[in-house]
Design a protein around this ligand. Sequence first.
Ligand code: FES
Ligand code: MG
Length: 574
Amino acid sequence: MSIKKKLRSSEWFNSDNKKMNFVHRSWLRNQGYPDDYFEGKPVIGICNTWSDLTPCNGHLRQFAEVVKRGILEAGGFPMEFPVMSLGETIMKPTTMLFRNLASMDTEESIRANPLDGIVLLTGCDKTTPSTLMGACSVDLPTIVVPGGPMLSGRFRGEQIGSGSMNWMVKEKQNNEAFTDADFREAEVCLARSIGHCNTMGTASTMSTMVEALGLTLPGFSSIPAADARKKMYAQLSGRRIVEMVKEDLTLSKILTREAFENAIVTNSGVGGSTNLIIHLTAVAGRVGIDLKLEDFDIHGSKIPLLVNLKPSGKYLMEDFYYAGGLPVVLKNLMPLLHKEVITVNGATMAENYKDAVCYEEDVIRTLESPLKKEAGIAVLKGNLCENGSVIKPSAASLHLMKHTGKAVVFETMEDYHERIDDPNLKIDENSVIVLKGVGPKGYPGMPEVGNVDLPAKLIKKGVRDMVRISDGRMSGTAGGTVILHVSPESSVGGTLALVENGDMISLDVEKRSLELLVSDEELQKRKQSWKAPEPRADRGYVKLYIDHVEQADKGADLNFLVGGSGSKVERDSH
Ligand code: FES
Ligand code: MG
C-alpha cells in the first residue's frame, strides 16, 4: 500500500526549513543512520516500559530488539524510548497513584518527537493502561505488544499462581508452622520465569482488554512470555505497525464505542479484574467516549464465565494458552460481541477469530456449558454509594450476596492494621468490615486494599469470607465478597465517611443495592459535624494528583487529562 499522506516525521526531517532539518537529522546521525533513514521511512516509536524495578517487564528490553527487526523488515525506522514504568509489587504507596503520571510521560514523549507510529511494550498491571491512555491522547497508529504471563508456578507438587499464593501464605502464617526457609522456597517456585502474574489478575486482564479492543495481533495476548511464539508475534507486530502508518489506521479508528463494549463483555467472559472498570473508563475518556459505570453492568453482568482460571477458577495462564487462549473465548463469545469492528491487522473481530480451536474444554467453556452462568461485574447503587460501587460476583461467596450486618468501621488503613487482630475487637462472621480513606484522593492513589484480610481469630475459626466495603480497589488476583470503588469516596465526604460502628448495612447484589440503614436526619446531623481529613501532600506530583483526580466511577484520571490534543505541535524548538 502506498503512503497516502505525508509522514508526520517529515516535518522534522524534510520540511521547508532546511536549517531545522539539519539540526533534527545531524545529531541523530551520530548513531550511524544512513541517508535513506530520513527520506520517507515511517519512524516507529517503541515505547518501552522495561525497568529492573518492574520485574514483570524485565524481558521487554530484549523484546524491543525483536520488534525492531520487524520494523526494519517492513521498511520502517525504529526508535525505542523509555517511559515511566510501574512495578506493581514494589512501588509505594501504590502504582495507581502514578498511572496518570506515566500516561502524561507517554503522551508528551510521543507528541514531541518525530514519530509516525507507536508500539507499546507493556506487561505489569498499570503499564498497559498508562501507556495506552497517553497514546490515545495523541492518536497515532498504535499497536500493543503485551509482555505475556509467567509460566505456571510449582511448589512441592502443587501448581501455584501469582497473587493467589499470597493469600495462601497469609493463612499458612496463621495456621501452620511455615518457616522462613519455606517462604524462600515458595518465592522462587512462584516466579520461575519471565513475565507478569500468571492468573487472570490485572495484568492478564489488561492484555486481554487490549486484544478485545482490537489493539494486538489476534492471539497475541495469552501467549506466555517465555514461549518462542511471543517473540514471533512481537516481530510481526513490528512489521504490521509500518503498514498501519501507511494505512493511517489510528487508535481512534479502532477504539469505537463498540470496541469498548466488546472489552467489557470479554472481561466478564474471562472473569477479569475489577480494575478493568477504572482503566477502561480512563482509556475511553482519552478518545472522547463517555463510558459510564452502568455500562459495565448493562453489557457485562449477564455474561457467562467461560474461562476456568484463577482467581475465579482453577487453572493458570499457561494452561489457558495451551487450551487455545483468548481466540477461543472470543470465538465462543462472538454472538455477544460487535463482530464487525476493525482491529489492528485490518480485519474484523469475526474474521480474526472464526477458526480458533479449543484443545481443553475444562479450561475454556462454551456459552452452552459455562463455568458460571452469570459472571462479570455488578454495579451497586444506594445511599452508601450515590455514584456507584462495584462487586465481582464470580469471586464472591454465594451466601453473602444478600446480607445485612453490623458495620465494624476502620477510619484508615493504619487503624485497620492496628485493631483487626485485637482479640477484643467486637466482630463476627456476620459483621460488615468498612474501610475508609483508601479512595483516589484520600489514600491518595486508591490502593488495592479493599479485600482486607479477615481477623486472625475468625480465620482460625474457619471463616473464609465476609462482606467488606471500601473506596479502594482490590488486586485482580484476589477474591471475596468485596465491595469496591465506593463513590464518592470518604475523604470528599461521601456517605461512606459517615458510617459508624454498629450501623446496619444491607447488601443485595441481585437488586444491585447497597444501603446504610440509618435515617436521613441522622446522616444529615453526622454530615454537619464531619471534617475533611488533611490532604496527605502539599507539594509535587502527589499534590497535583490530589487536586485533580476524578472519582473512581469516572476512571480516576486527572480531570485535565481527559480527552486528547492530537499529534500536532504548533511551534518549533528554535
Ligand atoms: Fe506485575 Fe502482577 S505484579 S503483573
Ligand atoms: Mg495487581
